[in-house]
Design a protein around this ligand. Sequence first.
Ligand SMILES: Nc1ncnc2c1ncn2[C@@H]1O[C@H](COP(=O)(O)OP(=O)(O)OP(=O)(O)O)[C@@H](O)[C@H]1O
Ligand SMILES: [Mg+2]
Length: 257
Amino acid sequence: MALLSVREATKRFGGLLANEAISFDVEEGELLAVIGPNGAGKTTLFNVISGAYPPTSGSIHFDGRDITGASPHGVAHAGLVRTYQLVQLFKNLTVAENVEIGSHRVTRGGVFSALFRPHWMQQQEKSVSVGARELLRFVGLEAQADDPADTLPYGRQRLLEVARALAARPRLLLLDEPAAGLNTQETEALAEVISRIHLGGTTVILIEHDMSLVMKIAQRIVVLDFGKKIAEGAPDEIKSHPDVIAAYLGGTEILDA
Ligand SMILES: Nc1ncnc2c1ncn2[C@@H]1O[C@H](COP(=O)(O)OP(=O)(O)OP(=O)(O)O)[C@@H](O)[C@H]1O
Ligand SMILES: [Mg+2]
């Protein structure tokens, strides 16, 4: 059984079909890339999968459960965690605190425990903080753990977002253009981190414009254009697919990858 099953997912905004009957599966342990020109419907697809918007029609199943129309919180609780196309950090908090916030899904506690802080909660806080530092080491940000998040250069803020998403211990991680705005060196560091996440057993869906990154790390690619899935296959098949080449303005971008 696929970990994620998207069936005929359609999202309409007024007269615009941002997603039109999109279907695909993602197997446990896979690294799938979703590509397509600007406005193709990639982020909308993530919004529909992650519960930000209910689809107009169609269904989403995760781990055998129907999560169509479930709340973002419910979806995250089930183990499906996303990052955003634009950096969304808590700028006044430290780097480590930003990661600690990500572990919210997997820790317990409420108003009562916040007031009285029983022993188990103090222990949990300790383990959250140790876990956050381990994740910062994993993405190469341990030296900046106590710096305010907004003092990080942009490329490192993107790595911090990945660390924060990992703190929620996802089974399926959705990354929306994590390499946008990164230089070559930063993109390579990010590619390394994504590959290690994948090798560690987490299933990943990556939206990305950087074709060399996609071709290097994706096992399979889904291509969207004007809201529709126009191709799906291994990177080599996608590179030479006539509809994909046509969608990319004559193909220079994708053929150069
Ligand atoms: N909340 C919304 N309300 C109205 N239209 C929207 C909304 N979100 C997206 N759209 C429209 O849906 C289409 C698909 O947008 P989407 O953001 O999914 O594209 P994308 O493939 O992620 O593009 P990009 O590569 O530029 O990030 C666009 O025409 C966009 O303007
Ligand atoms: Mg987008």
